[in-house]
Design a protein around this ligand. Structure first.
Ligand SMILES: Cc1cc2nc3c(=O)[nH]c(=O)nc-3n(C[C@H](O)[C@H](O)[C@H](O)COP(=O)(O)O)c2cc1C
Length: 302
């Protein structure tokens, strides 16, 4: 049974990637299990300068997921290179650096700096709803996607994944803008904009009022967008949004994802990849799937 996947010339031993922001830089989870089981690990969003993120409270539970407004709390490029990269380099899994910035030049500077670092791919986060400036502002209109992706492409020598926001009118226009301006792959979706209210204090629960919804509640939105984008672009797609079972993984792949990322489920089940991989091979056997790659985009018409 084949579960390995190759995109952009990079070999993943299985289709599961730990989603950005839900796995830190891997160290915390490595106390629980061998994190090399992941096909890949995507880092917390990095900015060139260190950031503290947003004020607390910045997490709220919802019936089928969670809201967060963590913002881009991260050690910055220097901290990453000194503290986190030495550990990541010891791993036998694909390492993806998720990057963000406030202005286009920030993204370019960081992408260029990462050329000399031992990371396999770069994921451009132009879809974070939780930072005041930048973030989602870059990722909602085709013109601004053209600008940021085209600019970063000139500096980035690594395979470039562009991560799209679901908080848009037409995801296909944005996917096309990313592909036309140099993306090697597209990942989607980032969180869906939402809010939570405390009836006793009559205040919003999150300090920044609005946050990003993730988890099973957003899976149908994510599936739709993966399928729409699969029917629009030729480059590979990495799908995510609410994956919490092997069945979910197959659904995303049938809709067109070559690989998937698992985010919020890491909080629900800290052993997420072990559970998912075990179930995935069993389910592949049940569904008579010899090679996981054979089902990508194989959604039949009704
Ligand atoms: C606490 C938290 C922090 C996140 N931080 C980032 C981030 O730094 N960069 C990014 O591109 N996405 C970030 N995300 C979005 C996830 O990578 C993913 O796109 C989203 O949560 C949907 O997947 P899920 O439903 O499996 O969690 C974050 C999500 C959560 C829940």
């Amino acid at each position: 049974m084949k579960t390995s996947v190759n995109i952009c010339g990079i070999e993943f031993k299985n289709p599961l990637i730990a989603a950005s922001g839900t796995f830190g830089f891997g160290k915390e989870y490595s106390n629980f299990y061998d994190i090399n089981v992941w096909g890949g690990i995507c880092t917390k969003g990095l900015t060139y300068e260190k950031r503290l993120g947003n004020p607390v409270p910045r997490i709220a539970e919802t019936p089928m997921g969670m809201l967060n407004s963590v913002g881009l709390q991260n050690p910055g490029f220097k901290g990453f290179v000194e503290e986190d990269l030495p550990y990541l380099k010891t791993l036998d899994t694909v390492v993806i650096a998720n990057i963000a910035g406030s202005v286009v030049e920030d993204y370019c500077r960081l992408a260029e700096a990462l050329n000399d670092c031992d990371v396999d791919m770069v994921e451009l986060n132009i879809s974070c709803p939780n930072v005041k400036e930048g973030g989602m502002a870059f990722g909602v209109k085709p013109e601004s996607i053209k600008n940021v992706v085209g600019s970063v492409r000139k500096y980035c020598k690594k395979p470039l994944i562009v991560k799209l926001s679901p908080n848009v009118a037409d995801i296909t226009e944005n996917a096309r803008a990313a592909e036309d301006n140099g993306a090697d792959a597209i990942s989607l979706i980032n969180t869906v904009s939402g809010m939570a209210v405390d009836i006793y204090t009559r205040k919003p629960i999150l300090a920044r009022t609005i946050g990003g919804l993730s988890g099973p509640a957003i899976k149908p939105i994510a599936l739709k967008m993966v399928w729409q984008v699969y029917n629009t672009v030729k480059i590979p797609i990495i799908g995510m949004g609410g994956i919490s079972s092997a069945k979910d993984i197959l659904e995303f792949m049938l809709c067109g994802a070559s690989l998937v990322q698992v985010g919020t489920y890491n909080f629900t089940d800290p052993y997420a990849p072990l559970t998912l991989l075990d179930d995935l091979t069993k389910l592949m056997a049940d569904c008579k799937i010899q090679d996981i790659n054979s089902i990508v985009g194989d959604l039949k018409e009704r």
